[in-house]
Design a protein around this ligand. Structure first.
Ligand SMILES: Cc1ncc(COP(=O)(O)O)c(C=O)c1O
Length: 431
C-alpha cells in the first residue's frame, strides 16, 4: 500500500476503503485505520485510544462490544448463522418492533438501510402504480440509484454529472426539493402530483449534520401526499431507537405509510427492516407482484442481536434518558467554549446526537446552508481533535454519535480537546 499526497491509499482496496467517506478525502491526510473498538473508544494499531464519536455512523448505541450484545456469540454461531428459511425468532422480532411502531403493521427484514429504503420505495411504487419519488437534498437514504442525486452524508461529491454512474432515467423519476421548504417542494413537483408514488424523508436529518424539521414541515409533507394519493416514507434508519422505541414518528405524532429501520437495531450487526401499512405491504410477493428478497435477510444471527438490542432498551427505561443527558452535557460544554471564544456556531443536540457547523448564525435548515460551512475549518478541526485523542467522522456532513458507554471522563476529555482544537484554529486564524 502506498499513500498518495491527498492521503488516499492506493492498493487492492479501491480508494483505500470500502466506503468513500472512510478514505478521509474530505479532510485530507492519512485516513484513520482502526485496530479494534471497546466501549466508547476506538483504538489504532499502536494501541492509542480515541474517544469515538463515529460510532460506526450510528449503529453503536451501546458502544463497541457491549457485553449485553456480544456475550456468548460462539454459542449463537454454533446454531448456524444463516439458514435460508424463516425462523420463529424472526417472526417474534417483527412483532416486538410492530408493538413499538403502530404504523408498522407488517415488516420485512433486510441487512442494510440501503435495502430497507430501496425496498420501501419499490413497495410504494407497486402499491400506487406510479413512478415518481420526491426526496430532500441532504437526506441520505442509502446507496441505490434513486436515492443518490443531491444526497447528503458523503454521497454529495459534486463533480461531472454524467460520470456519477446514475442513469438519467432515474433522475427523471425523482424530484429533489430543499429540506424544510414546502414551497420548494411544490415548485419542484410542478404539476406532477398525479405521478407521485411517495415522498421520502428523514424526519430528523442526520446526514447534513443534525437538522431538525421546522414546525409544520412534516405535517405539510403528509398533507401534500394525502392530497394526491401518494405515500409518505419515513427513513428512521438513524432515528429509530436513538429517539426512543417509538422513533421520530411517535415524537412528532405522525403515522407514515412506510418506514425504514436500520443501524442501531442490530446492535452493531447488519440488520435493517422496512414496513408499514398492511394493505401497502400486501403489494409484496407472494401476495402482490413486487419482489424483495435477500440471502442474508432475517438471518438468525442478526435477528438474535436485534432481540438483544431491544432487551437492553426495554429492560432499562432510564438507559436512553441517561444517554441523552450525557449528550446534553457535551453540547452544553461545546456551547460554553464557543461563547467564551466569541464564536457564533449553533450547537444542535437531540437525544444522543450532537452537531455544529463552522457557519455562524442559527442552526442549519437545509443542505444549501450546510454547504456554507467552512470545509477547511472542519478539516483542520478534525485533525486537531484526532491529534488530541478524539475521533470524529472525517466529513463535514456527519454528526457526533454519543453511546451509553460515553461517561463523564470521555465528555471531559472531549471538551478539553474541543477547547484546545478551537484555540489552535483561532491562533492559526482558520476560524
Ligand atoms: C438515514 C439513513 N438512511 C439510510 C442509510 C443507509 O444505510 P446503510 O448504510 O446501512 O445502507 C443511512 C446510512 O447512513 C442513513 O443514515
Amino acid at each position: 500500500m502506498t499513500a498518495t499526497a491527498n492521503g488516499v491509499t492506493a492498493g487492492a482496496l479501491a480508494g483505500g476503503a470500502s466506503s468513500a467517506v472512510r478514505s478521509g478525502a474530505a479532510v485530507g491526510g492519512a485516513p484513520f485505520v482502526q485496530a479494534f473498538g471497546r466501549g466508547a473508544y476506538a483504538y489504532d494499531k499502536a494501541g492509542r485510544a480515541y474517544v469515538d464519536y463515529l460510532m460506526a455512523y450510528g449503529p453503536l448505541l451501546f458502544g463497541h462490544a457491549h457485553p449485553g450484545l456480544v456475550r456468548g456469540l460462539d454459542a449463537l454461531a454454533a446454531g448456524g448463522t444463516v439458514f435460508g428459511s424463516t425462523t420463529e425468532d424472526e417472526e417474534r422480532l417483527a412483532a416486538r418492533i410492530a408493538a413499538h411502531l403502530p404504523s408498522v403493521e407488517r415488516l420485512r427484514f433486510v441487512s442494510t438501510g440501503t435495502e430497507a429504503m430501496m425496498s420501501a420505495v419499490r413497495v410504494a411504487r407497486a402499491f400506487t402504480g406510479r413512478s415518481l419519488i420526491a426526496r430532500f437534498a441532504g437526506n441520505y437514504h442509502g446507496q441505490f440509484d434513486a436515492a443518490l442525486e443531491a444526497a447528503g452524508a458523503s454521497a454529495y461529491l459534486g463533480g461531472e454529472r454524467g460520470r456519477t454512474g446514475l442513469p438519467a432515467s432515474t433522475r427523471a423519476d425523482c424530484v429533489v426539493a430543499r429540506y424544510n421548504d414546502l414551497d420548494d417542494l411544490d415548485v419542484r413537483l410542478g404539476g406532477r402530483e398525479r405521478e407521485l408514488a411517495a415522498i421520502a424523508v428523514e424526519p430528523v436529518v442526520g446526514n447534513m449534520g443534525l437538522v431538525l424539521p421546522s414546525p409544520g414541515f412534516l405535517d405539510g409533507i403528509f398533507a401534500r401526499a394525502r392530497r394526491c394519493g401518494a405515500l409518505v416514507i419515513f427513513d428512521e434508519v438513524i432515528t429509530w431507537l436513538r429517539l426512543g422505541l417509538g422513533g421520530a414518528q411517535e415524537r412528532f405524532g405522525l403515522r407514515p405509510d412506510l418506514t425504514a429501520l436500520g443501524k442501531a437495531m442490530g446492535g452493531g450487526y447488519p440488520l435493517a427492516a422496512f414496513g408499514g401499512r398492511a394493505d401497502v405491504m400486501a403489494a409484496l410477493a407472494p401476495e402482490g407482484a413486487a419482489f424483495t428478497g435477500g440471502t442474508f435477510s432475517g438471518n438468525p444471527f442478526s435477528i438474535a442481536l436485534g432481540h438483544r438490542t431491544l432487551d437492553l432498551i426495554e429492560r432499562d427505561s432510564q438507559i436512553l434518558p441517561k444517554l441523552a443527558a450525557t449528550a446534553e452535557r457535551l453540547a452544553a460544554g461545546i456551547r460554553a467554549i464557543f461563547a467564551a471564544r466569541g464564536l457564533r456556531y449553533a450547537v444542535v443536540q437531540l437525544e444522543s446526537m450532537v452537531d455544529f457547523a463552522f457557519r455562524p448564525g442559527p442552526p442549519v435548515r437545509n443542505a444549501d446552508e450546510r454547504r456554507e460551512a467552512s470545509a477547511p475549518a472542519f478539516a483542520a478541526y478534525y485533525h486537531a481533535m484526532r491529534a488530541r485523542g478524539v475521533l470524529l467522522a472525517p466529513s463535514p456532513n456527519e454528526l457526533m454519535f454519543v453511546s451509553t458507554e460515553h461517561g463523564l471522563p470521555e465528555i471531559d476529555k472531549t471538551l478539553e480537546a474541543v477547547d484546545a482544537a478551537i484555540d489552535e484554529l483561532q491562533r492559526k486564524e482558520i476560524v
